[in-house]
Ligand binder design. Structure first.
Ligand SMILES: [Zn+2]
Length: 403
C-alpha cells in the first residue's frame, strides 16, 4: 500500500522532522519506505492531511468513558459520588459491551492507536475490552482494576479471587495477538491490601508484565495513604516495598512527590504518566514537569478519561502546555510526549511512536488547510492550540485502516 501525504514526526522532545510531498509504502504491518516521489499512480491520497504517528494514550479508564464531565470538587469526592457507581454499571454485560464499543470507536476517531486501559473491576468487563480491542484493530494494553479494601461493598473484591482472575486474564490475553497485552492494575494504595499489592507485584515481575497504578494525585489522597501505611516514609515507598515498582510500571499523576520519591522512581526505572486535563478537572495540582524532566525519569502524556474530559490527545497536548504556569512547553515537545515519549515509557520506541522505516505503520491523518504551503512549525502550532477544530481523516494501526 502506498500513501501520499505530508509527514510530521518527532525525533526528540525538541526536534521533529517535516516531510511534505511524501510517499509512504507499507508492506504488511510496517513502513517499508518513505520517499519524495512516487512512480506508482496507485496510492491513497492524503495530500490534504498531515500524517503524524498514531497517538499513544498511556492512562485511560474505559470504564469511565460515559462519566466524563460530571462535576465534582476533588478526587475522593468524585470517586465516591460519581465514578464508583458508574463502574458498577459495567457489572451488566450489555452495558459493559456498549460502553466498550463506544470507547474504542471514539478513541480511533481521535487518532489514538495505542491505549493503556483500566477496566471496571469485573473480569467480564476486561474480557469484553480485549475482544473489542481485537475487533477494532487497535493496539491496547488492558487491565482489570483491582480494589479489595476501603471500597464500596458493590465494588470491593475478594483478595484471592481478584488476584486469580487477573492472572487468568493475563494468561489468556497477554500477547494473544501482536497488538494486545495485559497490565496488572491495582487502582491505588488506599483501596488495595498489602497482600494484594505484594502478590500482584511479585507475579508481574516474575512474568515481565506491565503494572499500572495511581500515585500522589491529590493532597487528601496522600494524607490518607500516610494514615493507612504509617510505617512507610512516603507514598512512593509504599509501592516500592510492595514490589510494584520497576521498568514496566506506569505511575499515573505523581504530582505531590518529593525529592526522595523522585529518587525511588528513577532508581527503579519506573515511569510517570502525566494527565493534565484530569489535573485541571479535579484541581489536583500542577505536575512538576521541569523537575521530572531534569531527573531523567521517562514520562508521557495521557487523557485519564473520565477525569480527563476528552479522548483526544491533541486536547491533552494543549492542556499540558496550559497546565504549566511558568514552564513553556513547545508544540514539538507536546507532540513528542503524546507519541514517541509514550512509546518509550512502554519500551516500544523501536516499534511505534514515530514515522520511520522499519517501524509499524501506526499513523494518524489529520486534515489541515494547504499543508504544503505551511512550515512544520506552523502546523505543529496549529495542532497544539486548535487541534480540537481539526478532523482526523483516517487512523492506521500496524498497516491496517481502522478508521
Ligand atoms: Zn486514572
Amino acid at each position: 500500500m502506498i500513501l501520499k501525504t505530508n509527514i510530521l514526526t518527532p525525533i526528540s522532545p525538541d526536534k521533529y522532522k517535516y516531510i511534505p510531498h511524501a510517499f509512504i509504502t507499507i508492506e504488511n504491518t510496517k513502513i517499508q519506505s518513505i520517499s519524495s516521489s512516487g512512480n506508482n499512480k496507485n496510492f491513497l491520497d492524503f495530500s490534504n492531511c498531515v500524517c503524524v504517528p498514531g497517538f499513544i494514550d498511556t492512562h485511560v479508564h474505559l470504564s469511565q468513558f460515559h462519566a466524563r464531565g460530571k462535576h465534582s470538587s476533588n478526587l475522593l469526592d468524585w470517586l465516591n459520588k460519581i465514578i464508583f457507581e458508574e463502574e458498577y454499571r459495567s457489572k451488566d454485560f450489555k452495558y459493559a459491551y456498549q460502553l466498550t464499543k463506544n470507547f474504542f470507536l471514539e478513541s480511533i476517531k481521535a487518532g489514538t492507536t495505542t491505549s493503556v486501559i483500566y477496566t471496571a473491576p469485573y473480569k467480564h468487563a476486561c474480557e469484553i475490552a480485549f475482544k473489542e480491542a481485537k475487533n477494532s484493530g487497535v493496539r491496547a494494553i488492558i487491565g482489570n482494576t483491582l480494589m479489595d479494601t476501603n471500597s464500596p461493598d458493590y465494588l470491593q473484591e475478594d483478595t484471592e479471587k481478584s488476584i486469580n482472575e487477573s492472572i487468568e486474564l493475563f494468561e489468556k490475553w497477554n500477547k494473544s495477538t501482536d497488538l494486545l497485552e495485559y497490565v496488572f492494575s491495582p487502582r491505588f494504595a488506599p483501596v488495595c491490601s498489602s497482600k494484594l499489592m505484594r502478590t500482584i507485584g511479585a507475579y508481574a515481575k516474575k512474568n515481565n508484565a506491565y503494572i499500572q497504578t495511581h500515585l500522589s494525585e491529590n493532597i487528601d489522597e496522600k494524607k490518607w495513604v500516610s494514615s493507612l501505611f504509617p510505617a512507610f516514609k512516603n507514598y512512593t515507598e509504599v509501592y516500592e516495598k510492595h514490589n510494584l515498582l520497576g521498568p514496566k510500571t506506569l505511575l499515573g499523576h505523581a504530582i505531590h512527590i518529593n525529592e526522595k520519591e523522585i529518587e525511588i522512581i528513577k532508581r527503579t526505572k519506573s515511569k510517570i504518566i502525566h494527565c493534565p486535563d484530569s489535573n485541571f478537572f479535579l484541581k489536583s495540582g500542577i505536575f512538576p514537569w521541569e523537575d521530572i524532566k531534569r531527573s531523567g525519569i521517562d514520562f508521557a502524556l495521557a487523557s485519564d478519561v473520565g477525569a480527563g474530559t476528552s479522548l483526544s490527545m491533541l486536547n491533552v497536548m494543549k492542556m499540558c502546555n496550559y497546565r504549566q504556569d511558568n514552564y513553556v512547553i513547545s508544540p514539538e515537545e507536546a507532540l513528542y510526549y503524546a507519541t514517541l515519549g509514550g512509546a518509550k515509557v512502554l519500551g516500544k520506541e523501536d516499534i511505534i511512536g514515530s514515522i520511520e522505516i522499519g517501524k509499524d505503520a501506526d499513523l494518524t491523518f489529520i486534515e489541515i488547510d494547504n499543508p504544503r504551503e505551511k512550515s512544520g512549525t506552523e502546523i505543529l502550532s496549529t495542532l497544539l492550540y486548535i487541534g480540537n477544530e481539526l478532523k482526523v481523516k483516517s487512523t492506521f494501526v500496524a498497516g491496517k485502516i481502522v478508521y
